[in-house]
Ligand binder design. Structure first.
Ligand code: N01
Length: 493
């Protein structure tokens, strides 16, 4: 294991340090390598690469975006097994992609980014990791926002005597067969794990606070014939990817980001899906959302509603009041005895940035820069933090299409900046006025968005109700806005 990257690359600082070996960090590393940007290193806190797809190994984990779309355009895979690939296949894809592009020697696993300080005189970042210091001319954060598990603040949470774990930190050593399992949460992770747990549990109790809107998934295996065709005729595969892209993109273009007539039509579709799947009126009432579709992530599933109707499954809507050594107690005072508790309670999206110390120009910390809320120019750069770039930074998440498409736009933007640095520029920093203009534009669009006006509370909004997570428009609009780094918006020095 390497402890000190600069020793390895000589006295010269790294040209780029990429933090995180998930989808975005790997995409950035491939494109940097292709552009001849060196020396380059990727650090990853986990003991293996893959990011989200390394962490989330819960039963039933899969992608809810079609595989041919949820992959890198410059690292195609012709033989995806299913319309929506399962987690092990996506993880294997990322590993193969890293190997095929010769990234493995550049990746330092088990190395956690702790923070960095801008050295004005040296024009470099002094990076602290748990395995020693690193000096780099620029940093690209590929840390994403969905990796710090969020636990509900329930009294007695640590008192439970049995195994209790989060969907993102699954304990595979626990045998769940015949057990009384309690699952808290009904988001994207929960609707995937519940059908699998229901198959093996003695009894499963699902604790729901808010019912999600669910559309049919129509998942299916991809026929061998189609795989052969995609392999032999890459154009056909590209056309399939384009078809899927526009199918999803059209949701944004048709007003998926705002409450509109189409919201009502989509809700009618989802209600029909629910009515068809759940004949029992009382259960259906519990599963019917009371906010507008799109306000929270719209989920897709064919097996969640059937799972809830199994004889060994109960849906509890009373709200969890506290945890005891033997289970959970709901607000109505009822005790639910359990052997295992599964927290499908999502992620702390701000923790990625608040837990590290990033000190930019003149001692300004990122925490101070964001005291009024997170925000970055194109979601990528922040004034006061030269040569620092974020992938999947603020306001670049998506509710309607593949986030990989957003990553690819950002990678191109960062590459433009890194190329400028290679041409003799020492420092590249976004102009505060360009950042302010961009954030004004976003805030105006977000003001009447479905996430603000849809009558729900979601992880998209921060404690003050601001949305610093989602891009409020189409991917094409983001592509137009961010794909090329406009040098007039940057100060080069
Ligand atoms: O987390 P979530 P997730 N008592 O925050 C509930 C991505 N993803 O891990 O809705 C009871 O969506 C909370 O209830 P409420 C995707 O971007 C992608 O499921 O706040 N319940 C909610 O139901 C997704 O959006 C894939 O009222 C409590 C749940 O916990 C993101 O990850 C697959 C509670 C949390 O849902 C996060 O999804 C999976 C309490 N005290 C995830 N506290 C793909 O397929 C919280 N909850 C690509």
């Amino acid at each position: 294991m390497i402890t000190d990257v600069p020793n390895e690359t000589g006295p010269e600082p790294l040209a780029v340090l990429i933090v995180g070996a998930g989808f975005s960090g790997l995409a950035m590393a491939i494109r940097c390598k292709q552009a001849g940007i060196a020396p380059l290193r990727v650090i990853e806190k986990a003991d293996s690469l893959g990011g989200t797809w390394h962490d989330n190994t819960y039963p039933g984990a899969a992608c809810d975006v079609p595989s041919h779309l949820y992959s890198l355009s410059f690292a195609p895979k012709a033989d995806w097994s299913r319309m929506y690939a399962p987690q092990p296949e996506i993880l294997a894809y990322l590993r193969e992609t890293a190997e095929r592009h010769g990234l493995m020697p550049l990746i330092r696993l088990g190395t956690s980014f702790q923070g960095a300080t801008w050295d004005e005189a040296g024009g470099v970042w002094r990076v602290a990791t748990d395995r020693g210091p690193i000096t780099a001319r620029s940093i690209v954060s590929g840390m994403g926002g969905l990796h710090h598990p969020a636990y509900p603040d329930l009294p007695g949470r640590d008192s439970f005597a049995g195994p209790a774990f989060h969907t993102a930190t699954w304990d595979h050593a626990v045998d769940l067969t015949g057990k009384r399992i309690g699952v808290i949460g009904t988001g994207a992770s929960a609707i995937q794990v519940v059908p699998e747990l229901a198959k093996v549990a003695g009894h499963l109790t699902l604790f729901q606070r808010t019912p999600p809107w669910i559309m049919p998934k129509n998942d299916h295996a991809i026929a061998e014939r189609a795989k052969t065709r995609y392999r032999r005729l890459p154009l056909i595969r590209r056309l399939e990817r384009a078809r899927l892209f526009w199918l999803h993109e059209v949701r944004a273009l048709l007003g998926f980001t705002k409450v509109s007539k189409l919201t009502g039509q989509a809700e009618a579709l989802a209600r029909r899906h629910l009515a068809k799947a759940v004949p029992d009126k009382a259960l259906r009432a519990k599963l019917t959302p009371n906010y507008r579709l799109g306000c929270k992530r719209v989920l897709i599933s064919d097996d969640y509603y059937p799972a809830l109707q199994r004889p060994n499954v109960t849906l509890e809507t009373g709200g969890v009041a506290r945890v005891t050594p033997t289970g959970l107690v709901t607000q109505d005072g009822q005790a639910h005895d359990l052997d295992v508790i599964v927290y499908a309670t999502g992620f702390d999206v701000t923790a990625t940035f608040t837990r590290m110390t990033l000190v930019g120009r003149s001692g300004l910390t990122l925490k101070q820069a964001w005291s009024g809320g997170m925000g970055a120019y194109q979601g990528i750069t922040v004034a006061g933090f030269p040569n620092y770039f974020m992938l999947l930074g603020p306001n670049t998440g998506l509710g309607h299409n593949s986030v990989v498409a957003m990553i690819e736009v950002q990678v191109q933007h960062v590459l433009d900046c890194l190329k400028a640095l290679r041409r003799g520029t020492r420092v590249i920093e976004v102009r505060p006025e360009a950042q302010a203009r961009f954030l004004d534009r976003i805030r105006t669009r977000l003001a009447d968005s479905i996430w603000q006006a849809g009558g729900c509370r979601s992880w998209y909004l921060d404690a003050e109700g601001r949305n610093a997570t989602l891009w409020p428009d189409s991917v094409m609009a983001y592509r137009r806005s961010a794909r090329r780094a406009r040098m007039a918006d940057y100060r080069l020095g």
